[in-house]
Design a protein around this ligand. Structure first.
Ligand code: COA
Length: 168
């Protein structure tokens, strides 16, 4: 990890900065109201650089029919402040998020993305959206950008839930 990056659990004081960074990527990151960010702040990590938030990532547990023993967890709202793109911040955030998510032992980690090459670096593999209907019903169904999740150009990818990381 870059010694200038501090990847840490987000706090309420970060809500405004996260909101602004998400807003800076309207074509690639789904907008989230401040209230939604605040209510889910315990599911966000931020990258702090020189005291400022330079990137964020969050996750959500997808609903499952039947016994919730091995749910899928979606990585969402991954974004880096535009002037710090390609400085290793996205990698540091995703690696930490995967490590954190794996402590919950999900069956798989899911992402819908316009940057499949980036997620491929962590082992994510492209899958048909039809294999992720729980994701479709959890979020895509309310999307106002595309007629159907199946015409949306975002690529669906999954990573095995993998072994749980040792707890810190
Ligand atoms: C996608 C994003 C999070 C990547 O973060 P980043 O800090 O710029 O990326 P990093 O510097 O950590 O790059 C890590 C690796 O991925 C590669 N990479 C980064 N962005 C890439 C892209 N758009 N396409 C392909 N590869 C990419 C880098 O070259 C680097 O490769 P290496 O480790 O082999 O040298 C960032 O560009 C971003 O915020 N984009 C706009 C919002 C967005 O698309 N979010 C994803 C929503 S799912």
């Amino acid at each position: 990890m870059n010694p200038g990056h501090l990847i840490r659990q987000a706090e309420f004081r970060d809500v405004g900065a996260i909101f602004q960074i998400v807003k800076q990527h309207p074509d690639t990151v789904l907008p989230r109201p401040i209230s939604d960010i605040a209510q889910n702040i315990d599911r966000f990590l931020v990258c702090e650089e020189k005291g400022a938030v330079a990137g964020a990532v969050s996750w959500q547990i997808l609903p499952e029919i039947g016994s919730p023993k091995q749910p899928s967890i979606e990585i969402k709202s991954l974004c880096v402040t535009p002037d710090r793109i390609r400085a290793g911040i996205g990698r540091a955030l995703v690696e930490e998020a995967i490590g954190h998510i794996r402590t919950l032992r999900p069956s798989q980690i899911v992402v819908l993305t316009f940057v499949p090459e980036f997620f491929g670096k962590f082992g994510f593999k492209e899958v048909s959206k039809k294999t992720l209907m729980h994701k479709i019903y959890a979020g895509c169904i309310n999307c106002s950008k595309y007629d159907s999740p199946f015409t949306c150009p975002e690529i669906a990818m999954v990573l095995d839930g993998g072994p749980a990381r040792e707890r810190d």
